[in-house]
Design a protein around this ligand. Sequence first.
Ligand code: F6R
Length: 237
Amino acid sequence: MVIHKVKTYRNMSKKAANIITAQVITNPASVLGLATGSTPVGTYELLAEYCENGDVDFTNVKTVNLDEYYGLDANDEQSYRYFMNKHLFEKINIDIRNTHVPNGRADNIDEECRRYEQLISSLGGIDLQLLGIGHNGHIGFNEPGDSFPKETHCVDLGESTIKANSRFFNSIDEVPKKAITMGIGTIMKAKRIILLASGEDKKEILKKALFGPITPSVPASILQLHNNLTVITTIDL
Ligand code: F6R
């Protein structure tokens, strides 16, 4: 594990955007695993800027997102598909057909999970996975539990996650209670992982995840076992 301690959110975003850019320059047909949430927004802004300047070309890049709320349509402003289109895909020269997010409106949720897992395999796996971390240690929507889920699956969201995510909705009642997420196994198979964390409110959980026991009660703690993990954080650990 390599930890980069940086001063500001902007510095964190710059380092992450630079690593992603280097990845795409080195392999223009990279498969990027992407996250939503507040943490990667600055990274996406910079990638859009680099692309606009002609410093990086996403023409042949493919992306797979970590997760999607179950029940929300792609056009719903709260859906992760909508978020990705708005914050990144509409601002870079990627072919939208090469961008993948689980289908939150699939009729058969289990089939959709299988399809998504297979899709990732058929793309040859993820070259670089970008991650944020939840206050309860979740990555993707893999919530604390008794075991590490292997593959893409449907989850019941934990109370603290519903509460944390309610800031994007009109009321807490509007937050979906279920989601589709890549499994811990799917994430761990990525060739490289970049974990971003900023803000003192993430300090305690980040410490537990990186230096505490490896346990499904802190899902991100499994990342200690990944052989190519880069952590970029503003937090003094
Ligand atoms: C988002 C995701 C989540 C977030 C986490 C942190 O696709 O998978 O695990 O990374 O909830 O969210 P923020 O960045 O909003 O603190």
